[in-house]
Design a protein around this ligand. Structure first.
Ligand code: PLP
Length: 352
């Protein structure tokens, strides 16, 4: 027998979520599969998403892996190329590249090949992470248009506030003011914009987190959005301890029992990707019942309250997140977002 922790991936939920997204938009769907498809495994996730119109990721090597696995859709490198010597590979594998910087433009100028490179030209409309400024944009677009290596051009931007109260209005107005006159395909929307602002859908939407069945919004659950969790992180209770009032739990003894209680030790810790910052009270399912974590999360184990769960014992199934325990709730309790928990699933956790 091995350690009981495992991640169950429900790829039919990935297909379901893609269909749920399609029902909300007429735009083409570029499935974002960066960070090993948000921790779900690049190629297996892409296979479940084979009905997507395109894929977006970061690493050239991953893009090549996808092509070699037989995917024919557009594949977009979200940070583009990093050096001129990558350009021949982009051509060979027909990869599309974001161009966001003058340095990339200079590298492109030194590239002799003619035609074919699909470019997604990125405008910085206020996120101030990647992209040309509004002041640079018109000139840059002309340069890219005239460049002999460049094929189709798509205009893109990325929202900083699609998931919060600030919204997309200012960035959308900036984008429209600059590209309104261009007859080129456009792409703006991440999951939050796709779900909340239909006016941002344009030609291509770029959902990530929603495909994996988590919500981009603090106040709306994935279930309310019609999304199903793809990843379930599960394990078992491997030890049970009876506490007396005043007994403490775990490193630093940060949890102290106020009365006699029964607790369980679960084979899951921060080396599995469970957040160490999850405080006492973080929700968890034991034998299908909600309870809470107790004390500090250790590297390989954490403690749960079994006082109200008399049937639970060694071998009881524990769901850390996923089916029946939304990853968004666990993330909120731990002061982070579902994205971080999903991406951080450790390599040592077997996938089932
Ligand atoms: C990660 C990313 C997305 C997807 O964002 P979600 O919030 O996961 O939907 C879309 N576009 C860009 C440029 C990204 O980096």
């Amino acid at each position: 027998m091995s350690r009981p922790i495992h991640a169950k991936l429900d790829f039919s939920a990935l297909e379901h979520n893609l269909r749920a997204i399609r029902r909300r938009t007429d735009a083409r769907v570029m499935a974002v599969i960066k960070a090993e498809a948000y921790g779900h495994g690049l190629v297996r996730a892409a296979e479940a998403l084979r009905a997507a119109d395109g894929f977006a990721l970061l690493d050239l090597q991953d893009a090549v892996r996808l092509r070699e696995a037989g995917f024919r859709q557009p594949i977009l490198l979200l940070e583009g190329f990093f050096a001129a010597d990558e350009l021949p590979l982009l051509a060979e594998y027909e990869l599309a590249s974001v161009i966001h910087s003058s340095q990339q433009l200079a590298q492109l100028s030194a590239y002799p090949r003619r035609g074919g490179l699909a470019v997604w030209l990125k405008l910085n409309t206020g996120m101030n992470r990647l992209g040309f400024t509004p002041a640079q944009f018109t000139q840059v677009l002309e340069t890219v248009r005239r460049h002999p290596a460049v094929g189709e051009i798509t205009l893109m931007t990325h929202f900083a506030h699609a998931d919060d109260a600030v919204g997309v209005e200012a960035q959308l107005a900036c984008f429209d003011a600059l590209v309104g006159g261009q007859r080129l395909p456009r792409s703006l929307a991440n999951s939050a914009a796709l779900l909340r602002y239909p006016q941002t859908h344009a030609d291509w939407v770029r959902p990530g987190i929603s495909l994996y069945g988590a919500s981009p919004f603090a106040e709306v659950s994935a279930e309310q959005l019609g999304l199903r969790p793809v990843m379930t992180l599960a394990s078992e209770v491997i030890s049970v301890t009876e506490l007396k009032a005043g007994d403490r739990v775990g490193y630093g003894g940060s949890f102290c029992a106020e009365r006699a209680m029964r607790i369980g030790t679960v084979a899951c810790g921060y080396a599995d990707g469970y957040p160490r910052h999850a405080p006492t009270g973080t929700p968890v399912l034991v034998g299908g019942q909600r309870t809470r974590t107790l004390g500090r999360v250790s590297m390989d184990m954490l403690s749960v309250d079994l006082s109200e769960l008399p049937e639970a014992g060694i071998g009881s199934r524990v769901v850390l997140w996923g089916e029946g325990m939304p990853v968004d709730e666990v993330a909120r309790a731990a002061g982070t977002i579902s994205y971080e928990l999903l991406c951080a699933l450790a390599r040592r956790v077997p996938i089932k």
